[in-house]
Design a protein around this ligand. Structure first.
Ligand SMILES: Nc1nc2c(ncn2[C@@H]2O[C@H](COP(=O)(O)OP(=O)(O)O)[C@@H](O)[C@H]2O)c(=O)[nH]1
Ligand SMILES: [Mg+2]
Length: 242
């Protein structure tokens, strides 16, 4: 078998022949998978609407500060709204434990080798959680700027978190994610004096990909501008209420 592409040729050869049949088959599998996911996502969205549950899907690379942001958010808002969290990680219960320490219930989904949460898994999680009406449900997706962009979970908004230690060019490199998100949180702004991160360049790249994206710069640990994020949340939760 060809050692370069595994196409069945008896030896390594120049790749001037076509793999169109195989490509078409893979595209079809992916389309079917996403179509199935969209059906489950629509069911989740209908359930969230029926119960006025404002649902966010937090996406980012690992370590941008999603769990820290959620813990601080819960501390500030848990007396104003019922809140629940679904945590997605390949392994461990660590993040769910960090959330539970705030007194809010959290369900951990371990995806094993999986690189994203899907709508079917969220549907099952929601059944197990007895969520309150007129509440906030935060879903922390698996840390990864690629696959979670394609999987609708039934959320009201994807919120992409980008920290200033990751580089200001990420909106261009991972365009699908920044196109799919309605809100970008630029986190860890307390570290700006120590890193080479051009905020204005980052914002212009994000807007080039998604002109409608809303952007909030904040620090989850030091509290800079956290109020703007809390105000956005409060406004949206209230508008979502019955
Ligand atoms: N300096 C600074 N560190 C932060 C901030 N937010 C999170 N971190 C740190 O970033 C690391 C990863 O945070 P975590 O919440 O686990 O990220 P996650 O993987 O996206 O959930 C932890 O050491 C946090 O304390 C911030 O605003 N500023
Ligand atoms: Mg986390």
């Amino acid at each position: 078998m060809c050692g370069i592409c595994g196409c069945g040729e008896t030896e390594v050869h120049q790749h001037n022949h076509s793999h169109q049949g195989e490509t078409a088959r893979l595209v079809k599998i992916e389309e079917d998978l996403l179509a199935k996911n969209n059906t489950y996502a629509a069911q989740n969205r209908a359930y969230f609407k029926q119960h006025s549950i404002f649902t966010l899907n937090l996406v980012s690379s690992p370590g941008s500060g999603k769990t820290t942001l959620l813990v601080e958010t819960i501390k500030q808002l848990k007396d104003q709204f019922p809140i629940a969290v679904i945590e997605g990680d390949q392994q461990t219960e660590h993040d769910a434990e960090r959330i539970r320490a705030t007194g809010v219930s959290a369900l951990q989904i371990n995806t094993g080798r999986g690189c994203h949460l899907d709508a079917h898994g969220i549907g099952h999680a929601v059944k197990d959680m007895s969520l309150e009406d007129n509440s906030l449900l935060a879903i922390e997706n698996v840390g990864n700027l690629v696959c979670p962009s394609s999987f609708d979970l039934g959320e009201a908004h994807k919120v992409v978190v980008l920290s200033v230690t990751e580089g200001d060019d990420k909106p261009l490199k991972y365009a699908d994610m920044f196109y799919a998100a309605d809100l970008m949180l630029i986190n860890k702004v307390d570290l700006l004096p120590y890193v080479d991160f051009d905020i204005e360049r980052c914002i212009s790249y994000a807007k080039r990909i998604n002109p409608k994206i809303r952007i909030i710069q904040l620090s989850a640990t030091k509290g800079d501008n956290f109020i703007e994020w809390l105000d956005w949340l409060r406004k949206n939760i209230n508008e979502n209420r019955n």
